[in-house]
Design a protein around this ligand. Structure first.
Ligand SMILES: [Fe+2]
Ligand SMILES: [Fe+2]
Length: 281
């Protein structure tokens, strides 16, 4: 189906949510050259839990080594404008859930695991900056959050089938039951929200073996890294679990042999336990 026709169907089916207000305001401010850090800090002071979450991600060991970011102003200077935008989106995901039950918890655990795996692979291969890999991992399944909140009755049937028919992927069940999937929805929303282009690419193409050719070649690396990290985390079973033959994944893309994959799996499990509490709140 043509992209336009597909987007039309999605728009007719779901209400496109807006980003949480604090995230919207922050994105607007950092996009506007004339706004000051004071203004930004004013907004964030009003939402302590959001700003605490933002700083927690910025200080994650997978975000950058030995970095101590204790203020948003410092974060922008250290991290840079584009990555800061991605970070704001990652920090606001939790507020997009209407409720936070078992499925939402699993989705969050899966996103965290994928972000850890992706930043480990990024560190090993130098294909991407670990900080970029981390935010890409956190937001890659944003389309699922939107479907789960905007189309909750139908999506709860998708979720039931995921639990009941192990081995099937979200994409397969979504396509069958909705006619589109979380990547289509996520890509559309990333464009509506004018998210950074690398995030848009990952959100839309993280389940595609051969993503399209992008203007910036690093976007393909982001998509492939998240695709592989996603499969490895499903194999481990953090959040969601699905039987996956890791050796049909195209691991040559990241240049790992069998032993390196096993080593990565162990590192991800360990890092996940260490990171879970600090990034969960
Ligand atoms: Fe996905
Ligand atoms: Fe995923």
């Amino acid at each position: 189906m043509k992209q336009e026709a597909l987007e039309k169907i999605i728009l007719e089916t779901i209400d496109i949510p807006s980003l949480p207000p604090v995230a919207m305001k922050v994105l607007q401010l950092i996009s506007n050259d004339s706004s000051s850090l004071d203004e930004l800090e004013d907004i964030l002071e009003k939402d302590q839990s959001f700003s605490a979450r933002l700083l927690r991600i910025a200080n994650s060991p997978y975000y950058g080594k030995n970095r101590s970011v204790d203020s948003i102003g410092k974060a922008i200077i250290l991290i840079g404008f584009n990555t800061m935008k991605s970070l704001v989106v990652a920090a606001s995901l939790r507020d997009m859930h209407r409720k936070f039950g078992i499925f939402e918890q699993k989705l969050w655990e899966h996103g965290l695991a994928v972000s850890i795996a992706a930043s480990q692979i990024a560190t090993d291969t130098k294909m991407l900056k670990p900080d970029e890999a981390l935010v890409c991992g956190l937001v890659h399944d944003m389309g699922k959050i939107v479907l789960n909140t905007s189309l909750s009755d139908t999506y709860s049937m998708v979720i039931e089938r995921i639990y009941a028919e192990q081995g099937l992927s979200f994409i397969d069940i979504e396509n069958e039951m909705l006619g589109f999937n979380h990547c289509n929805v996520g890509g559309l929303i990333a464009r509506k929200w004018k998210l950074p282009k690398n995030l848009e690419a990952v959100i839309e193409f993280h389940h595609t073996d051969k993503p399209p050719i992008f203007d910036d070649p690093s976007y393909e690396a982001s998509c492939q890294l998240i695709r592989i990290a996603d499969a490895i985390c499903l194999h481990i079973g953090i959040g969601f679990k699905r039987e996956i033959d890791l050796y049909t994944l195209g691991l040559e893309y990241i240049g790992y042999n069998e032993k390196q994959v096993q080593d990565l799996i162990e590192r991800v499990k360990k890092a996940y336990v260490e990171q879970k509490t600090s990034l969960m709140e």
